[in-house]
Design a protein around this ligand. Structure first.
Ligand code: OAD
Length: 254
C-alpha cells in the first residue's frame, strides 16, 4: 500500500514536528452529511444560500432559517463519525503535535476522539442570542426525525428575550477571530498539512493550505476529485477520505 503514497509525504508524516489537518464537508460525506458543492447532492445545489445562510435571511424569515438548521443538526445527531474522522483522531497519537482545523459545523471530529478542534465556521450545536450573543444551551440533543423544509420558531434568549440564532458563520460575517488567528498561526508553523474534503473556494479558510505551502510545509489534498498542486512538495491523493486516510496511516506508521 505504501507504494501508492509519495515518499516525500510519508517521510514528512514520520518526522513531522507539527502536523495540521484541515477539513471540509467532504470528511463528513461518508457519514451521510451532505457537502455544499458536490453535483446533485450538495446543499448549495439544492438550496439558495441567500435565503438560508445570511443575517438578512434570518431577520426576514427566521422560521425558515431556524427550521433548516435544525434539520441539519438532526442529521448530524443521527450520524456517526466515519473512518476518516477516526483516522484523524488516531493521528494525534502518531505525531508530536497536531492542530485540527475544520470548516465543518458538525461535531463528528470530537465524537471520533479528536481532543482540540478549531471550528472556523462555528457549530450547529452552539446557538446563541442574535442580540446579546448569550449562548443558548437548551436545544434537544435527542436525534429526531430529520424533516426537510419544516419551519420552526427559534427559541428565545433566556437572558434578553430576543431570538436565538444558529451558531454558525453566515455569508457576509466575520470568522471567529481567535479561531482564525490560531489556524493561520498553525499553518505558518507546521511542517506538514493534510487538506481533506474541501473545495477550497471559501475564503479566508481556503488560504490555509497555501499559507502552509508558502512556509515550506509538505501539503497533501485528500479528495475524490483531483486537486491542482503547485511544486514538488504538494500532492493530490485521489479518493474518499474514509479510504485514503486509513491507508495513509498504515503506510506511514505501521
Ligand atoms: P464543499 O461542498 O465546497 O466541498 C466538499 C469537497 O469534498 C469537494 O471538493 C468534494 O469533491 C469533496 N468530497 C466529497 N466526498 C468526499 C469524500 N468522501 N472524501 C473526501 N472528500 C470528499 O465543502 P467545503 O469546502 O467544506 O461555509 O465548503 C466550505 C464552506 O462553504 C463550508 O464551511 C460552508 C460552505 O458555504 C459556511 O457554512 C460558512
Amino acid at each position: 500500500m505504501s507504494a501508492t503514497f509519495p515518499h516525500v509525504l510519508l517521510d514528512a508524516l514520520r518526522t513531522t514536528r507539527h502536523l495540521v489537518v484541515f477539513t471540509g464537508a467532504g470528511v463528513s460525506a461518508e457519514s451521510g452529511i451532505p457537502t455544499f458543492r458536490d453535483a446533485l447532492s450538495g446543499l448549495w445545489e439544492r438550496f439558495d444560500p441567500a435565503q438560508l445562510a445570511t443575517p438578512e435571511a434570518f431577520a426576514e424569515d427566521p422560521t425558515l432559517v431556524w427550521g433548516w438548521y435544525e434539520w441539519r443538526r438532526m442529521k448530524v445527531l443521527a450520524a456517526q463519525p466515519n473512518l476518516a474522522h477516526h483516522a484523524i483522531a488516531e493521528l494525534e497519537t502518531c505525531v508530536p503535535r497536531l492542530t485540527l482545523v475544520t470548516q465543518n459545523v458538525d461535531d463528528l471530529h470530537e465524537r471520533a476522539g479528536s481532543t482540540e478542534v478549531i471550528h472556523l465556521h462555528g457549530s450547529l450545536h452552539q446557538p446563541r442570542c442574535v442580540a446579546c450573543s448569550m449562548p443558548h444551551g437548551t436545544l434537544s440533543s435527542a436525534p429526531g426525525e430529520p424533516e426537510e423544509g419544516r419551519r420552526l420558531e427559534p427559541p428565545r434568549c433566556l437572558h434578553c428575550g430576543e431570538r436565538v440564532r444558529p451558531g454558525v458563520v453566515w455569508f457576509g460575517e466575520m470568522l471567529p477571530e481567535s479561531a482564525l488567528q490560531a489556524a493561520f498561526a498553525a499553518a505558518q508553523d507546521c511542517d506538514c498539512l493534510l487538506s481533506i474534503g474541501t473545495s477550497g473556494v471559501v475564503q479566508p479558510a481556503a488560504m490555509i493550505p497555501q499559507l502552509a505551502a508558502e512556509s515550506g510545509a509538505v501539503v497533501a489534498h485528500v479528495n475524490p476529485q483531483p486537486v491542482s498542486v503547485h511544486g514538488p512538495r504538494e500532492f493530490s491523493l485521489e479518493g474518499p477520505a474514509g479510504v485514503v486516510l486509513p491507508a495513509l496511516l498504515d503506510a506511514a506508521f505501521q
